[in-house]
Design a protein around this ligand. Sequence first.
Ligand code: NAP
Length: 523
Amino acid sequence: MTDLLPNFVSGQWQNGKGAGTALYDPVLGTELVRVDAHGLDLAAAFAFARHQGGRALRSLSYAQRAAMLGAAAKVLQANRDAYYDISIANSGTVKNDTAVDVDGGIYTLGTYAKMGEGLGNVHYMLDGQPARLAKDPLFQSQHVLTPTRAVALFINAFNFPAWGLWEKAAPALLSGVPVIVKPATTTAWLTQRMVKDVVDAGIFPAGAISVICGSSAGLMDQLQPFDVVSFTGSAETAAVIRSHRAVTHLSVRVNIEADSVNCALLLPSEAADSQAIDLLAKEVAREMTVKSGQKCTAIRRVLVPEKLYDTAAQAISARLAKTTLGNPRNDTVRMGAVVNREQFDAVHTGLSHLKAQAAVLHDGRSHALVDADAAIACCVGPTLLGTRDAAGSDAADRIHDTEVFGPVATLVPYRNDDLDHALQLIGRGQGSLVASVYGTDPAALARASTELASCHGRVHVVSPDVASMHTGHGNVMPQSLHGGPGRAGGGEELGGLRALNFYHRRAALQASTAVLTQLEQHP
Ligand code: NAP
């Protein structure tokens, strides 16, 4: 039998009391480890984190907590090889895809360590300037942000076991709020191992960080009025979280990062020989294949003017054709597996659903498997679909509201010279995490991106001058906001120090100026 991974709660490593759920290698089909959370005293675990962890963290200043984040990033860096091994085995990812998760997580942690240093040795933050409440400036209102005296519960998705942990934990811990992370069961191993390394290094005070692997049963029931929950995952589970009593009756603050039908837009003014087409094709092919398309930010719809439909289809397909698919341990392989058989089946079901309204422009089945057994390995070749003409894009509804969580995208032509038509089609996705725009005219790019801004958490603009330096449509940078309105969940994460707002409570202090000048001042 494989090892049962312990949970870390109440300051101790504790095994679940059940037989455990097995985690598998999606390429080889072998069992790797087991996780289990049955029988844990969750009430005690939450109380320990909330009281011991919270008190200890809040006694430190932002700068001191930032130093701890920096120390944790160093520990993770030192153990990076082990994380790569776990990721290849449990997520079926090639090295470049593992980097997005593992190195992305460490980078995010390190970035918050640096940003936190600048907050100095204070214990709360001032929000804006004092505002005069009386004729005489002696009585004023000053808003303050103090760390919430509670615990942050993170319920994470399977696709980013490393980054998903740290992009949430870094701002929470920097804020002085203890965290309890529940990774998705399928890939919980990497999250558990990273927490273990940081706990073993003794960096954070007891109760600051806990990990519970396995069933989510009972977790939401532990939440109390000042606690916060940050969820990443499907819209269905998001609805369950939102309707839980903790949220509806106790006002537990909730952040939701859900699924999203993201798009890429080629501007109508571009000519057939525009460099923007190549930049678009490169980005679309990359987004479809990185992590086998299992990125919440991946491009799902590609909007191009009707007249450039064939050109774009050929450019993207030519790039996809070069993708070698199979066992990530083979150096010639560029794309590994999806995470498990369930996702493999879900991608195929989703593809059939979309194919009823779109033609196949590049067929994923044309990719032979390298070093892998097709009967076992959960590998899916990249498939580009297309709606042929603008009328087809209008008629198809599935392509606008279906997120196939795999290497699948649809080319969506819009009427020539009609940006409004493109924007209208994009709007049918009902809000997303990220839209990218491709073009050569700075004024037209600025116009289109501000049009898109109200419905997308991030607008990524690609023009030839930034061809070699832009950070990528799907890469989430800690400096920029992550989250999107509408079906993307309505959440907000990262965005530099903005992320700390979620873990603080804002209050107005109404007092004499003499009192307000006694408040801690930031450097
Ligand atoms: P999921 O099935 O919704 O699971 C997400 C998490 O919720 C897992 O940890 C899961 O635990 C837990 N969970 C399931 N049922 C629950 C319940 N009743 N109460 C509390 N927790 C519960 O999503 P997934 O399949 O892991 O992730 C894929 C989806 O996530 C995609 O739709 C993708 O777009 C989205 N996603 C969004 C973002 C973003 O930042 N916006 C990032 C990544 C992924 P178990 O694993 O134990 O079931």
